[in-house]
Design a protein around this ligand. Structure first.
Ligand code: FAD
Length: 341
């Protein structure tokens, strides 16, 4: 019989668990229900209200609390997770692959003589316990099983719904941690302004800009500045996340017109990212396979292209508007401004 430990941490307020952690809780809950295994949730740096949100789970709750664990830091997070593992003695450890725990999970697995697999998208227990993950840029899905324990599973964000249950008074067991000497302290946050941050993993919509935005238009001119304004207005109005084709982000290095707010971090595709959003809208993009492979997890795909023969029309999109994206986005922005006003 397996013993499951879900490792979680607080969000930036400290009053609730991070969304990715709540997704891992759902994965642990489902696995425990399928296998009849015991379920423990280990919390790092969260306060009592966070534990109360898990009351309806019916799981054992362990917590590491204190000033040192309020902030993300390798030494303290790894020590806390290690102590939680010693307290729970799990055979399966489910960890959410957010930026905080993704960097400590492998180290913790090593410390407790365990093994780890990353980018897990599902956990199943029909027959021997198995997990799935994608390889080769989401083209091949593999099912893995292992006999060695404890087995750490670093769960990809967005693959499970966040746990939510009726809050109640949770019984929390405190776990003490022997801290190593600390050499790192956080002195503050430096983050881009909200509207300068264009990559928004939780957005409902992915808006992709293709190279067409900076190419010569039917009037023989390039309108890169206008393109930038249209795109940023749309992002401000919708809170959409901004993706790009490779051609567009590569242009800067080739001395061609660029959209200054785009970097390679925005690139979607085979050599870019594979984001998860309910909807996607591609604009001025041709829809070639190396780009569209990054759309694997976008549920509803639409595109605006001047080319009626583009990849999107050849089966890559659900809806294609054969139209001038400058005109369409201008009209869309205008309608949204009027609706808001
Ligand atoms: C090994 C390898 C890896 C790659 N990895 C990636 C990757 O990760 N991501 C990626 O994106 N690409 C990748 N590529 C490149 C990919 O094959 C394409 O070259 C790239 O996606 C093309 O970008 P694009 O569609 O924006 O540009 P283009 O092919 O130049 O298409 C621009 C489109 O804009 C349209 N357009 C122009 N003006 C307008 C207008 N006013 N309104 C509407 N439409 C307009 C044009 O009709 C055209 O269809 C890779 C290629 C290779 C070989």
């Amino acid at each position: 019989m397996e013993t499951i430990l879900v490792l979680t941490h607080a969000d930036e307020t400290g009053a609730a668990l991070a969304k990715t952690s709540l997704e891992a809780v759902t994965a642990g809950k489902n696995l425990a229900a399928q296998t009849g295994a015991s379920l423990t949730v280990g919390m790092v740096g969260a306060c009592a209200t966070a534990a109360d949100s898990l009351a309806s789970l019916g799981a054992r709750i362990l917590a590491v609390t204190g000033e040192a664990f309020a902030q993300a830091r390798y030494a303290t997070d790894a020590a806390a997770c290690e102590a939680l593992c010693h307290a729970a003695q799990p055979t399966i450890v489910i960890v959410a692959a957010g930026s905080r725990f993704a960097r400590v999970a492998a180290g913790v697995a090593h410390r407790v003589d365990g093994c780890i697999d990353t980018h897990i998208t599902s956990i199943g227990a029909e027959g021997p316990l198995s997990v799935t993950r994608w390889f080769y840029r989401q083209r091949i899905e593999a099912t893995l099983t292992r006999t060695s324990r404890p087995w750490f599973l670093l769960l990809d964000a967005g693959t499970h719904a966040a746990f939510s249950g009726e809050p109640g008074a949770a019984n929390v067991e405190q776990v003490s941690v022997a801290l190593p000497a600390l050499r790192t302290s956080a002195v503050g946050f430096r983050a881009p302004a909200q509207d300068a941050q264009t990559i928004r993993p939780d957005a409902q919509l992915l808006f992709v800009a293709g190279a067409g935005w900076t190419k010569k238009q039917p009037d023989g001119q390039i309108h890169a500045a206008e393109a930038g304004t249209l795109i940023l207005d749309f992002l401000r109005n919708t809170g959409a996340s901004l993706g790009s084709s490779k051609s567009l982000v590569d242009q800067g290095g080739e001395g061609q017109p660029v959209l200054p707010f785009l970097t390679h971090m925005n690139q979607v595709g085979q050599t870019g990212s594979t984001p998860r959003h309910p909807k996607g809208l591609a604009t001025c993009c041709h829809g070639e396979e190396p780009h569209v492979v990054g759309w694997r997890f976008i549920a509803d795909r639409r595109a605006i292209s001047l080319d009626p023969n583009c990849g999107w029309t050849r089966g890559k999109a659900d809806v294609v508007y054969i139209a001038d994206a400058f005109k369409v986005m201008q009209k869309v922005n205008q309608i949204m401004a009027e609706t808001k006003g």
